[in-house]
Design a protein around this ligand. Structure first.
Ligand code: PGA
Length: 254
């Protein structure tokens, strides 16, 4: 049984005080324990503030939205895996479509980061997804297959098991257009089959695959009922503590 994982991708939003206010309200909404794993992904500058506000709330984990693959050195403006560990970060999002399209990240770069994350005992959330043009051309499986095989190259079964995949169709991110539950399930089932080819079926069966792209309280539950959807990566709706709490609660009921 895969434990669902719901993550709040704040992107380039939230000052330290806004982050602390969010956590205070969110904790009141969701209470002291959750059946699903909850991860907050603040910008680097608000990670410490989120940790401080979470205090004893061990049921909520903190992650980062990106990192560099090297341990240290002359990489002005970059953040290393060790620096994230130093901030008690457990998860790191890698290969988000905004990083791929706006910052030129290739599958090879994603793979370097994924391997560096595992070396540092961080769990990567690896994003994959097709553009609308690629979907209309009938290339969904080709695109997902290439991103998965490239981004996850040279990982062992244990590392794969500790990797989370986020299926985020680019056309659904920030647009208000969600994939239907059937479209998402179809892509997730394909991703799981591909993971089975990359490793083996038993490992693929344990890997959690999140859906991302305009997830809101009113569509989260239906998405979560699909057999291969194991959680959500939430952007816009995660900026409001009440709507993010509703998404978490909706996932718990499934
Ligand atoms: P969205 O973003 O929920 O605002 O569509 C999702 C994401 O980019 O992770």
């Amino acid at each position: 049984m895969r434990k669902k994982i719901i993550a709040a991708n704040w992107k380039m939003n939230m000052t330290q005080s806004e982050a602390a206010d969010f956590v205070a309200t969110f904790l009141l909404e969701i209470g002291e324990s959750t059946e699903v794993e909850v991860v907050i992904l603040p910008p680097f500058t608000a990670i410490a503030a989120v940790n401080g506000a979470l205090d004893q709330a061990q049921h909520i984990k903190v992650g980062a939205q990106n990192m560099h693959w090297e341990r240290s050195g002359a990489f002005t403006g970059e953040i290393s895996p060790a620096m994230l560990r130093d901030l008690f970060v457990r998860y790191v999002v890698l290969g988000h479509s905004e990083r791929r399209t706006l910052f030129g990240e290739t599958d090879e770069i994603v793979n370097r980061k994924v391997r560096a994350a595992h070396e540092a005992m961080l769990r990567p959330i690896v994003c994959v997804g097709e553009t609308l043009e690629q979907r209309e051309r009938g290339d969904v499986e080709k695109v997902l297959g290439t991103q998965l095989r490239g981004g996850l190259a040279r990982l062992g079964a244990k590392e794969l098991h500790e990797t989370v995949i986020a299926y985020e169709p680019v056309w659904a991110i920030g647009t208000g257009k969600t994939a239907t539950a059937e479209q998402a399930q179809e892509a997730h089932a394909f991703i799981r089959r591909t993971l089975g080819e990359i490793s083996d079926d038993a490992t693929a069966d344990k890997i959690r695959i999140q859906y991302g792209g305009s997830v809101k309280p009113d569509n989260a539950r239906t998405l979560m009922t699909q057999p291969d959807i194991d959680g959500a990566l939430v952007g816009g709706a995660s900026l409001d503590p009440r709507s993010f709490a509703q998404i978490v609660q909706g996932a718990q009921e499934e």
